[in-house]
Design a protein. Structure first.
Ligand SMILES: C[S@@+](CC[C@H](N)C(=O)[O-])C[C@H]1O[C@@H](n2cnc3c(N)ncnc32)[C@H](O)[C@@H]1O
Length: 515
């Protein structure tokens, strides 16, 4: 205590916690600092003490590591919460209450924090890091959550009429925005081998079961689409490179065999394009014509027999949209994505706090060269369709469009002069890549609305993870479940990230607002 340039008495502490300035000696900026990053403490007007930077702190710099003092739940209930500690402690994840030592308890609150923090349960400490560049003499603030026990000053309250309180939260504590590190993961997941597969009840999210009656075991139930086909009198044409790469609207037709043989005629499936595909003039075949083909693979043997009468169909008893097994490494990948949207939703000044994020796919990074994140911009653009999901899909579309035109030309279904060289074929699109989100996962703070859920379906997204359900407007099980609708030609998996996994959820939206 003697080394500190001020004297803190019990009464001093009580008054500063309510925002008054009452320390005995000067706490104004001086040439001393309190930690390695050069932070110092001074009075922040109307807030009591605050932590300040004495020099530039680059983004993602660890500013402070504060050990915590832990109180059992009963000890805290019986004693702590009746004292000044109630202004400083917060919920540790196992129900205990924690007091950060060092500078950790002196960061004031802001809705636009420049500091984020991570709970390190293994080492019983909290790490504080800069969220962006912090300038000399700038106050360092964290985000306490949405339920404050004091009147905040210095807060630019942005348009947040959509905020509502989470009734499950306890008032008067920091609603910590927990960002877990690996040690935490290991403890949570009970294993350190990243390849271990987790049981479904050990996952930090729950899959929504799609209520789909998909058996299609009566001819009347089989859903069909019109596709273009062409009869090939001479089977040698089938071997030509050009015909091999035709009919590549593959995600729509991938569940069907390419060739149907009936009597002596072979028929080649081409596409589901609105107009007849162009056939090369130099190949001696007839005109394309339309046939009705099944929309989906056969899930049962009965359905297979029926569907084969229309067109030879793939037998795929496992539903395509059923979730896969998840390893610890994959859960870490997902948790990183969740942490990312949580952080970003904290920085949505003036916009609805909805963030959508499509990371590079786990184990198949080559499929997407970078990840994409978008926020909701309907307030700033005064455009009602600029939802976060629509924005992220659009970003990916723009990115794909920016890929070299030669690749696109190579991918076109019916090029006027088909390549004869197999090296050219190697750069054509692989199965399903004509769609924007094939094989990709969307992480989003709030359950997407019906419009966005449909856009995700059209984009052929693989799975959607959301944190906050939107029971009145959600299209992923809230008010409707788009991928479970009869008649849609794609389904995706839906998972709800368990709120208990998070120290704090992102800001709630009014349930009537589309996310
Ligand atoms: C964890 S303490 C932060 C350090 C505190 N300022 C001090 O001097 O000890 C939390 C208290 O700081 C004050 N505080 C934090 N952020 C504030 C803000 N934006 N506006 C007003 N008071 C704030 C409140 O009195 C709150 O109870």
């Amino acid at each position: 205590m003697a080394a500190l340039p001020f004297t803190a008495t019990a009464s001093d502490s009580a008054s500063t916690s309510s925002g008054e300035t009452s320390t005995k000696k000067s706490l104004s900026q001086s040439d001393w600092t309190l930690n390695d990053q050069g932070c110092y403490v001074k009075i922040a007007e109307g807030k009591g003490r605050g932590v300040y930077a004495s020099r530039v702190i680059p983004p993602q710099t660890v500013i402070e590591v504060s050990p915590v003092l832990l109180f059992s739940k009963s000890e805290y209930e019986d004693h702590g919460r009746h004292t000044i500690l109630d202004h400083y402690t917060f919920k540790w994840r196992d129900g205990r209450m924690a007091l950060a030592l060092g500078l950790g308890s002196l960061f004031n609150h802001s809705t636009h924090p420049n500091v984020i923090y991570m709970l390190d349960r293994a080492h019983e400490c909290i790490k504080y890091a800069s969220a962006r560049t912090i300038n000399p003499d700038e106050e360092l603030c964290i985000f306490y959550g949405h339920k404050l026990w004091f009147d905040p000053v210095g807060i630019v309250e942005t348009l947040e009429p959509q905020l509502s309180l989470d009734q499950h939260d306890q008032p008067a504590f920091f609603d910590i925005l927990a960002i877990y590190d690996e040690a935490d993961d290991t403890e949570l997941l009970g294993s350190s081998d990243p390849n271990d597969i987790l049981e479904s009840d050990a996952l930090p999210f729950t899959w929504k079961k799609l209520q789909v009656d998909e058996e299609e075991e009566n001819m009347d139930d089989i859903r069909t689409i019109q596709a273009w086909a062409v009869d090939i009198p001479d089977s040698k044409h089938i071997a030509t490179i050009w015909l091999k790469r035709s009919g590549l609207e593959s995600d729509t037709l991938a569940h069907l065999k390419r060739i149907r043989k009936k009597d002596s005629t072979s028929t080649l499936l081409l596409s589901v394009s609105p107009s007849a595909p162009l056939l090369p003039a130099n190949v001696d075949i007839g005109d394309p014509y339309q046939v009705l083909v099944p929309c989906n693979p056969a899930l049962t043997q009965t359905s297979l027999v029926l569907k084969n009468t229309l067109w030879p169909t793939v037998y795929a008893p496992r539903r395509k949209w059923e979730p896969e097994k998840w390893s610890i490494a994959k859960v870490r990948w997902a948790r990183n994505a969740i942490n990312h949207i949580l952080r970003e939703s904290n920085q949505t000044s003036g916009e609805l706090p909805v963030i959508a994020h499509v990371p590079r796919p786990f184990g198949d990074e080559a499929q997407l060269p970078q990840s994409f994140t978008a926020k909701d911009t309907r307030i700033s653009t005064a455009h009602p369709l600029r939802h976060a999901t629509m924005n992220v899909i659009r970003e990916i579309a723009d990115f794909r469009a920016s890929i070299s035109s030669s690749d696109i030309a190579a991918d076109s279904l019916m090029s006027a002069s088909p390549p004869e060289d197999s090296r050219e074929i190697s750069c054509t699109s692989s199965n399903g890549t004509n769609y924007l989100l094939t094989g990709l996962t969307l992480f989003i703070t709030h359950e997407p609305c019906i419009m966005c859920s449909m856009a995700l379906l059209h984009s052929r997204v693989k799975e959607v993870f959301y944190i906050i359900p939107m029971p009145q407007t959600g299209g992923c099980s809230g008010s409707a479940c788009l991928p479970a609708l009869r008649g849609v030609n794609h389904r995706y998996s839906i998972a709800h990230w368990q709120p208990g996994e998070l120290g704090a959820a992102p800001a709630h939206l009014d349930e009537k607002i589309d996310a």
